[in-house]
Structure formats: C-alpha cells, structure tokens
Design a protein around this ligand. Sequence first.
Ligand code: F6P
Length: 334
Amino acid sequence: MSTRTPLTRFLIEAERAGQINAELRLLIEVVARACKGISYAISKGALGGVLGDAGASNVQGEAQKKLDVLSNEILLEANAWGGHLAGIASEEMDEPHPIPDVYPKGNFLLLFDPLDGSSNIDVNVSVGTIFSVLRCPDGVTEPKTAHFLQPGTAQVAAGYTVYGPSTVLVLTVGHGTHVFTLDRETGSFILTQRGVRIPEDTQEYAINASNARHWDAPVKRYVDDLVAGRTGPRGKDFNTRWIASMVADVHRIMSRGGIFLYPVDAKCRDKGGRLRLMYEANPMAFLVEQAGGAASTGHQRMLEVQPAGLHQRVPVVLGSKNEVAVFERYMREG
Ligand code: F6P
C-alpha cells in the first residue's frame, strides 16, 4: 500500500484536526489545481507559444508578459465559481476582482502574485506563484480594498509554488510549513517534507548588489561586514546567492537557511520599497515564521505592519532567525 500523502489527504486530515474548515480546504485545493495549470503552461516554453510580452502594463507600471496574464487568468477562472471566496486581489489588477453574481460567495479573501520573478519568465529560470488567504469581515458580501487591508497576522493560509526543475508547493495553515512536490505522472501534489525548519544561523545571503550605491548606511555596513568574511567583524565567510525570483530565493532558504534582503534604498524610497506587502512579503513572512525563521521590515515584524494600500511596497528581510536579528541590530545602530 502506498504511504504517499497527496495534498487532498493532507488537507482532509487538517480539517479533521480542526485546523481548517471545508471551505478553506476547497480554496487551497482550487489554488493548487490552478498552479498545476500554470506549471504545465510554463513547462511548454516556446513550444506552447506562451513566451514574450503581452503588450500591456499592470497597475505597477510593469510590462506584462504573456505568462503573467495567462497565470492571472488561470487563477481567476479557477477561483470564481467554487463558492469559497468573497473576493480576489492580484498584483496584476488595480482593484479587487468581484466574484461574479451568478456564483455563490464564500467567507475568504484570496490575494496573489500570479507569476513572481518577472525578469526570469522568458529565460527558463525558476518563477512561481505566491498567495495569501484572509477572512472576509463579517457581514461584507462585496469586499472593497479596505476589507483586504488586514495585517499579516490575520492570514489563515499562505503558500507559494516554484516552477523549477520540479514544481513544489509550500503551504501553511498556521500549523507549520509543509512542502509538496508535483508528481507529473499522477498530477498530484505529494507531501515531501512535513514541518520545515529553517536553520537559525547561516553563511549565505541574497541581495541585489547592483543597488549598493543606493543603499542606506546600515545596509551598506551590514553587507560590507558579510563580504569581509573571516577576517572582518563577523568572523566567518559568507556566500552570495541571488536568483531574482523571490520564490526561488525563499525556497533555497526554506531548504538550507539563509537571509534574503530587499531593503528600501534611494532608488525605491518614494515607493516604500521594492516588494509588495499583501501578496509577496506577508505570505512569505507567515511561511518563514511557521518554519522557525523570522521576517521583518528591518525595524518591525512584517506580519504586524498595518497595510495602507493593496499594492503597498515594503522593505523585506527574512530567513534564518539569528541572522535577521543581526541585520535588525545594524539598522537600530544606524
Ligand atoms: O516581484 C518582484 C521580484 O521579481 C522578486 O521576485 C525578486 O526577488 C525581485 O523582484 C528581483 O528584483 P531585481 O530585479 O532588483 O533583481
């Protein structure tokens, strides 16, 4: 008899344990099914006619790729009719997307970045989907932006997929962080790691060093000290890794530890940072904390930031707990 645990079984067991209800189980299954569709589309590459620009820009003013648009449509279509959602928000849409009136409404709000890692989309490097689930406030049937603006601590589930050499789904419903790998022969996500633990210490860091001249003094001092290695104040050598797909960089940290930084700098100060709070930083922070790591703005726990806008940007530092604490100390010291 097979001892494999497909996602469906994992979720049914989580429901029996009182960790999620049937509606949230359905929601996660639907998102996972949509991600499978995105995974298959991406894996066809040039043969699927899915590479290249879509010829439009999103709300962030970024040029959309065909795969951005396709991934957004796959997620929207899959989630419209199940009756588990009150509303949807996406990186690719200015305003929340209402559930069509012909379908029943549910109690949850879904936020996603349909395809993270835009610069890697057409070059066969790992990209992914990030999602966050919130409860719709009681009595609200047509949620507006304000109803989505809940701090990360209010998330009831979060996850990401990486479309890499294998497709993985990393999920939390607030009881640990778990990894599922897509079995392409059966089409099922199979549990391959229960209860991820991120090592508390690390010698690996991820930052886009081409921004060095724009960094604030504490960020520069911190990175200089990492680069100084064994003979510097940190007394050990560090290694750099930067994939430029947050999903892939975070997944490496889930797998073997590390610290990921996208600080606010002179280049992005007017926007508040580079990465988006609601559908990038918060879900990743929830997953990282549930795996024993830490996630912060450099000054404050990420999950406690009170959002002011759906597409708000924030500085992000996350990963191995002790290293995040070291970075926060540099920030405090100025
Ligand atoms: O969505 C933002 C994103 O693509 C992340 O996935 C990634 O970590 C970052 O931007 C890459 O930034 P940069 O282009 O500065 O390397």
